[in-house]
Design a protein around this ligand. Structure first.
Ligand SMILES: Nc1ncnc2c1ncn2[C@@H]1O[C@H](COP(=O)(O)OP(=O)(O)OP(=O)(O)O)[C@@H](O)[C@H]1O
Ligand SMILES: [Mg+2]
Length: 238
């Protein structure tokens, strides 16, 4: 099943969780990949000018996809996408991303799509990130960065995802502050207030190794391993 990975904020752990999910999915499928349709901020990776998330996601994928499918919009300015796009004289087009997504689907069994920043994010003067998620008809997994403030960020994100008419199929608690003593209590408080299932709790792993993280996300891996055709058929059956 394809899925959109959003987070409570930038740095919540979307890329780390997405890379870990690719490892978890590799047990079930030989051809999986992740897209980062919109990326802001570029660096040098293996002699190529790329966004860091794009380089990491491409490396973690078992299906090889062309860069213009993985990342149609790469902006130099390390800022909010619609500002970075404006600085580059470009308008982010949801239709173009949807077209590249469909092409990438043809080469993969499961596609994960990493968002950008948090949930309430403008893409252009008319559209928000949720318009992209709806255009791709993707269910959503929310990565909650667990630190002081996570209750507010996570509960607001859940409300916004549902209010935007998107399907939240689960959330991941990612401990991003190893010194926060109330991380487990915070996760429990969130679990009691979020209807969607908690798909895994990722401890703070020094170095953030996605293979180690994958061991904490087996439930998410199993959920996403459901073949696309079966999900579509299930939806058609109502
Ligand atoms: N549980 C963790 N243990 C150790 N390091 C972590 C953990 N979660 C995240 N990190 C590290 O924190 C940083 C931010 O995580 P990540 O890049 O996955 O966030 P993001 O939500 O994708 O951010 P962005 O908005 O920039 O895409 C990375 O260096 C990552 O390796
Ligand atoms: Mg990222």
């Amino acid at each position: 099943m394809d899925c959109f990975i959003t987070g409570t904020d930038t740095g919540a752990g979307k890329t780390l969780v997405t890379r870990a999910l690719l490892h978890a999915l590799a047990v079930h499928h030989p051809r999986v990949a992740a897209l980062k349709p919109i990326a802001a901020g570029l660096g040098q990776y293996d002699g190529e000018t790329l966004n860091e998330d794009v380089a990491l996601l491409r490396q973690a994928a078992s299906a090889r996809l062309a860069l213009d499918l993985i990342n149609p919009y790469a902006f130099a300015a390390p800022t909010a996408p619609h500002l970075a796009a404006a600085a580059a004289g470009v308008r982010i087009e949801v239709d173009l991303i949807a077209q590249r997504y469909r092409l990438a689907q043809a080469h993969t069994q499961v596609l994960l799509v990493e968002g950008v920043g948090g949930w309430c994010l403008p893409l252009n003067e008319q559209q928000m990130l949720s318009d992209l998620v709806k255009a791709l008809a993707l269910p959503v997994i929310l990565v909650a960065g667990i630190r002081l403030g996570a209750l507010n960020h996570t509960l607001l994100s859940v409300r916004a995802i549902l209010a935007d008419g998107c399907a939240l199929i689960g959330w991941v608690a990612n401990i991003v502050d190893p010194s926060y003593l109330y991380a487990q209590a915070t996760v429990a408080a969130l679990q009691a207030r979020i209807q969607a299932p908690l798909l895994g709790t990722v401890p703070w792993e020094v170095g953030g190794d996605p293979r180690v993280v994958a061991a904490h996300l087996a439930r998410a891996g199993e959920l996403l391993a459901t073949p696309r055709s079966r999900v579509q058929k299930g939806e058609a059956d109502g």
